[in-house]
Ligand binder design. Structure first.
Ligand SMILES: [Zn+2]
Length: 419
């Protein structure tokens, strides 16, 4: 028995090796274009959409949680682009060893390295601002405050309004098939958490639970699961029309696809949200540096306003700008994919490799479950934080439909893609 189990495991490893090589083959022959990646985003936009949630891969959930910053970046024509969704390393990457002032890993009593969230300049900025709040009024109800304390509160609220722009936001990601565009294969539906419980998740969960209860089946089951109909409606906010989910319904038990070959291909596809919602970078800079530039307001952008003079712009960094615009020799190469020996790949997911020259002071402290007053402020302000979050230029992969305060863009703007 043991031998059999052993063999089974070995084969599954081999199987994944073949799959891995196959994946790499297809990657090297056809570099994923912007369009290819976009085809992996499921963004409900038509008045009626049909989506089928796929069963999760082993160890994964039906609905995954991930964190992204929603920031303002620079765009062509000297414009600002609001609502750019950017991968947060602190909340999405494996933890890394904490470095002491000497640059060496800090260890605990047992000599094991202390682990902290991966450095993220945007999270650090959030933390830095939050720390400026005056904690003296913590726990005091507004109606019991003196005039002086109310002034402090007003100031704290002001700080909070600035700080929360830098806070990583929780998103949900569902893996599935866009039945209106089956040729695109597996897609990812990403939508933002809504603190008012009025988001996409809040519309979706009751439907899924009801299906499970009434059908005694997993909604994502390839045989007994169900397609979902998503009805979209136009809503208006700040003179912008945007798409909002009006209803989600389960269509009833149906196979994932009539053709077993197609069904198998979808079920076997290993693409994950991490392949699609990648960290954002630009030529010759790392995602970390990109986030630093977000905080500094100097994000680089592709200037394509003039058809005859398309080029990269790096505000305040002529060196990087020149470098980015002179890589004529190898325009087709993919700068983002720096390949390394296969025996290194595993190590890449461990912290040591990624942290090298980032010191504690550079990063700032990051407490996982900080009980700072920022959180108090979340509770206090969620019911009123309506207008500030409005964006008139939201990108499409950013599902704003789950909030009545985040109008959609016109659907043509995909500038937050990692290219
Ligand atoms: Zn972050």
């Amino acid at each position: 028995m043991e031998n059999q189990a052993q063999t089974g495991q070995d084969l599954s490893q081999l199987k994944s090796m073949f799959a891995d090589y196959q994946k790499k083959q297809s990657q090297s022959t056809t570099r994923k274009s912007r369009e290819d990646i976009l085809a992996k985003y499921f963004v409900p936009r038509n008045s009626k959409e049909v989506f089928r949630i796929l069963p999760p891969k082993p160890g994964k959930k039906h609905i995954e949680e991930a964190f992204f910053h929603v920031l303002t970046t620079n765009a062509a024509g000297g414009k600002k682009k609001h609502g750019t969704v950017i991968y947060c390393p602190a909340h999405n990457d494996p933890k890394v060893p904490k470095l002491g002032a000497d640059g060496k890993p800090v260890v605990d009593d047992q000599g094991a390295p202390l682990l902290v969230p991966a450095p993220c300049p945007a999270c650090a900025e959030y933390k830095r601002l939050i720390k400026q709040q005056d904690p003296s009024i913590k726990g005091i109800k507004k109606e019991n405050m003196t005039d002086e304390q109310k002034k402090i509160k007003a100031k704290n609220d002001e700080i909070w309004n600035e700080a929360r722009k830098w806070q990583a936001k929780k998103f949900y990601i569902v893996r599935g098939i866009d039945k209106g565009s089956e040729k695109d294969g597996v897609k990812f539906w990403r939508f933002k958490h809504n603190y008012k419980n009025q988001g996409t998740l809040d519309k979706l969960l009751p439907i899924l639970e009801d299906y499970m209860t009434s059908q005694q089946a997993d909604f994502s089951d390839p045989v007994n699961g169900t397609d979902l109909t998503i009805i979209m409606t136009d809503a208006e906010f700040n003179n912008h029309v945007y798409k909002q989910i009006s209803a989600i319904t389960a269509r009833g038990k149906s196979p994932l696809h009539g053709d077993p070959t197609v069904m198998r291909a979808w079920l076997d596809d290993d693409v994950s949200w991490r392949d699609v919602f990648k960290p954002k970078a630009a030529p010759n800079i790392t995602p970390y540096e990109y986030l630093e530039m977000c905080v500094a307001g100097t994000t680089p952008y592709w200037e394509d306003t003039d058809q005859n003079n398309k080029h990269w712009v790096f505000p305040g960094r002529p060196d990087l700008e020149e470098k980015a615009n002179t890589r004529t020799m190898n325009l087709d190469s993919n700068d983002e994919e720096f390949e390394q020996a296969s025996d290194l790949e595993e190590q890449q997911t461990t912290p040591r490799v990624t942290i090298n020259n980032i010191t504690e002071t550079k990063v700032g402290e990051f407490e996982d479950d900080a009980s700072d007053i920022g959180k108090e402020a979340i509770k206090e302000t969620t019911s009123t934080q309506v207008v500030e979050e409005s964006n008139d230029d939201l990108d499409d992969n950013y599902d704003d439909s789950d909030s009545d305060n985040e109008p959609d863009g016109d659907g043509s703007d995909y500038d937050d893609l990692p290219f």
